[in-house]
Write a protein that binds this ligand. Structure first.
Ligand code: ADP
Length: 187
């Protein structure tokens, strides 16, 4: 199974991605998590990415694409994968298509997790108190939502034209949302 998760910041993508990937026995690959662990480790990639992340902007495609290409070449991704937070731009969609095409593969399904805008801001501000993420301040959250609407939302129609998008309501209990996603993928 080769899956992509789309959804605005705060929709619960990361939480659901881990649960669904466990259920399907495939790795959940989160570009946000990979960037954050590079930031913590103080790598060159982390230093570069941090400037963009702290401002709520996307890390440049060239950097992100190389990172994903390397990650997908690891053996655990051979059986399939769930990408959380990638692709986020139409240029990244093209690169992902090209990476998969070298093995004769395609993205099989896209899960779009929808969430109410007010709910999303509330969730992210709450997470800020608990996790202390540098990009969970109100101004940066607002910018992340804008960038999502401008650069990533168009991907739902791009993938939609391939007939592979499953739209799932991300509101409600975590277990219920996981159940909805798994049901959508089985259907
Ligand atoms: P969220 O979806 O909650 O905003 P993520 O953890 O997925 O958070 O991503 C955090 C930040 O990491 C993004 O705001 C962006 O700066 C960077 N990032 C993650 N994935 C990508 C990507 N595919 N392209 C560019 N930047 C990315």
């Amino acid at each position: 199974m080769r899956l992509v998760f789309l959804g605005p910041p705060g929709a619960g993508k990361g939480t659901q991605a881990r649960r669904v990937a466990d259920n399907l026995s495939i790795p959940a690959i989160s570009t946000g998590d990979i960037f954050r662990s590079n930031v913590s480790a103080g790598t060159e990639l982390g230093v570069l990415a941090k400037r963009y992340m702290d401002a709520g902007e996307y890390v440049p495609d060239s950097v992100t694409n190389d990172m994903v290409r390397a990650r997908l070449a690891e053996p655990d991704a051979e059986r399939g994968f769930l990408l959380d937070g990638y692709p986020r731009t139409t240029a990244q969609v093209e690169v992902l298509d090209a990476i998969l095409a070298t093995s004769g593969l395609t993205v099989e399904a896209v899960v779009e997790i929808t969430a109410d805008a007010d709910e999303v801001v509330g969730r992210l501000l709450k997470r800020a108190e608990i996790e202390g993420r540098a990009d969970d301040t109100e101004d940066v959250i607002r910018r992340r939502l804008e960038v999502y609407a401008e650069q990533t939302e168009p991907l739902t129609s791009l993938y939609g034209s391939r007939g592979i998008v499953h739209r799932v309501d991300g509101m409600g209990a975590v277990d219920d949302v996981t159940g909805r996603i798994l049901a959508a993928l089985e259907g």
